[in-house]
Design a protein around this ligand. Structure first.
Ligand code: 4AD
Length: 431
């Protein structure tokens, strides 16, 4: 019977077949130890020369790293380790004998590994990160559905900018001129809330940012959420609930993966235990200046500022109410301070940086139009967006979470390029 390695505990004493790849192997005299992986986990198959046919013994000896195979054997509990199982092999069928595998079980440089990303994905470390990514995505979908959000996806080809014109990728679009790759689906889901009330999109977005940091990709996955009749305060609550739901899911479902990554789960557990910290932008800048940062009022926070601000915090930190001059046109102006907008950036702990950007939206037609004009944006391209304020405009708010930033934090990985299967950065387009 074919089983998945993750289900092996229920088959002790039984004969099963595992199909997968050879991760590693060693032999000592008349015993061969094959470490197999099938995507759900890893298991050691023990092949004893005296207990198998000469063909199977020979097959065990000829297997190369990353060959694909099916191993049939009896499941046994590891003699010393709890919850570890082995396969006492009775038969081996080689499916695809691998040529000499370029990635050996030793240190390789990052460029070599990135050039071989299509193969590197098979390593235990990348396996663990891919699975954590999946858990983060699933947690996002589940949480939002529980909160009455409906998935309504946004287009990738767009005629206008969402997040400023400096980071747009353009592509020729037939006779219609230039199209831009979406930076965020937000404007489109703002339209969809008038149909379904609360909605979200989840897909790739693009930023032609010349940043070479460990937190920037040119193509990354964003989940934009938007909700009608939600203001700034409730927006923050939803974001905190979402982040906690993701952390909870990773802790519940990904212990083997966290162990592979040697990721200490204690700081993640602590995130669940108290409310997130809140600073206004003004408070944050004052605090940073006290701490020795040379940031000035009116400037964006740098990576170092974000790390400094969260250094001693056990929980992520909201920085709210930023100067309108450095934020996009669609953010609602704070009725209590016309120089500020009702927005937030959520900064993760452990050096993870900004993971969410969100705001209440400007829902007044005249104010929105004046801001589009003030920013010199092409008014005609935003006519449909302005319509949303013409026909039954409602207070509404939303936010966008960067999937890879969240995965990077959960997995405790230093570089964001490991948090997406095939990263695109300023200097990498292949494979
Ligand atoms: O703060 P941002 O630019 O917000 C928006 O795009 C809004 N329209 C979202 C919304 O309100 N619906 O981006 C949101 C998040 C950031 O907090 C960060 O996590 C991630 O997207 N992000 C990046 N991730 C990887 N590489 C980059 N170059 C990123 N730029 C932003």
């Amino acid at each position: 019977m074919h089983i998945f390695i993750r289900d092996v505990a229920g088959h002790v004493g039984g004969s099963v077949t595992v199909k997968g790849w050879l991760y590693n192997s060693r032999s000592s005299g008349s015993l061969a130890f094959l470490e197999l992986r099938d995507g759900t986990g890893f298991i050691q198959a023990v092949v004893a020369k005296d207990s198998v046919s000469p063909e199977t013994w020979q097959a065990a000896g000829s297997l190369t790293q990353e060959s694909s195979l099916a191993v049939t054997g009896i499941v046994s509990a590891h003699p010393k380790k709890i919850n570890v199982f082995e396969l006492q092999a009775t038969e081996i069928a080689i499916i695809g004998l691998a040529q000499e595998y370029p990635i050996a079980h030793k240190e390789h440089g990052p460029e070599f590994l990135m050039d071989n990303r299509h193969l590197w994905l098979r390593s235990k470390r990348q396996w663990a990160i891919l699975r954590i990514r999946d858990a983060v995505e699933t947690a996002i979908h589940d949480f939002l559905h529980e909160e009455n959000f409906v998935r309504t996806d946004s287009p990738i080809f767009t005629p206008n900018a969402c997040e400023g014109t400096t980071t747009l990728f353009s592509v020729p679009y037939f006779d219609l001129g230039e199209a831009y790759l979406s930076q965020s689906g937000q404007l489109y889901i703002e339209a969809a809330i008038a149909s379904v009330g609360r909605c979200y999109d989840f897909g790739p977005v693009f930023r032609a940012e010349k940043s070479k940091t460990k937190r920037h990709l040119t193509e990354f996955w964003m989940m934009d959420a938007e909700a009608a009749f939600v203001g700034h305060e409730e927006n923050l609550k939803i974001q905190e609930g979402l982040v906690k739901a993701i952390v909870r899911r990773v802790l519940e479902k990904c212990s083997p993966e966290l162990a592979v990554l040697e990721r200490d789960a204690a700081p993640l557990q602590a995130v669940l235990e108290q409310a997130f910290t809140r600073f206004t932008y003004d408070e944050a800048v004052a605090k940073l200046q006290q701490m020795g940062s040379d940031i000035k009022y009116g400037e964006d926070l740098g990576n170092d500022d974000e790390s400094l601000l969260t250094e001693d915090s056990p929980v992520p930190v909201f920085i709210e109410k930023w100067p309108r001059t450095i934020k996009p046109f669609y953010m609602r102006i704070d009725p209590e301070n016309g120089a500020r907008v009702l927005n937030d950036d959520l900064i993760g702990i452990e050096g993870s940086g900004e993971i969410i950007g969100g705001s209440e939206r400007e829902n007044d037609f005249d104010l929105l139009l004046s801001r589009i004009r003030a920013e010199g944006l092409p008014e005609s391209e935003y006519a449909w967006y302005l319509d949303l304020r013409r026909y039954g405009s409602v207070p509404h708010a939303g936010f966008g979470i960067g999937l890879e930033r969240m995965v990077r934090w959960m997995a405790g990985v230093e570089h964001i390029r490991e948090c997406i299967p095939f990263p695109r950065t300023i200097n990498r387009l292949r494979p």
